[in-house]
Design a protein around this ligand. Structure first.
Ligand code: ZN
Ligand code: ZN
Length: 107
């Protein structure tokens, strides 16, 4: 087969996704109050980017209600590949999603 076969779109998660995501060329930085994560989709191996409001991620701080901060982020694949069987209302991604646990190892 000379043509590359894309995986069909499927909403799926796997316990290995998070580790695979962090294992790839993963970088993050904070820009304008947004935490930007860059890595590779563990399912279709395409470079993706996800942004989260920084306050969502920071534990404690000025959080009005203690205990409401999130230490888990759910990432979804936002690739631009043309995965077959992708529903018309979905514009991007292969359907893979995974949760990242953020441990505050900041000093
Ligand atoms: Zn993907
Ligand atoms: Zn893809």
């Amino acid at each position: 087969m000379s043509q590359e076969q894309l995986l069909p779109y499927r909403e799926a998660s796997d316990p290995t996704y998070a580790a695979a995501f962090l294992d790839g060329p993963f970088t993050w930085d904070v820009t304008d109050g947004m935490l930007v994560l860059r890595g590779r989709c563990p399912r279709c191996a395409v470079a993706i980017e996800a942004a989260f409001p920084d306050e969502l991620v920071r534990s404690g701080g000025t959080s009005p209600e203690p205990g409401t901060h999130q230490d888990k982020l759910t990432l979804v694949c936002t690739c631009r590949c043309d995965h077959p069987q992708r529903p018309p209302e979905v514009q991007e991604g292969c359907g893979a999603y995974w949760a990242l646990s953020l441990t505050s190892d900041a000093p």
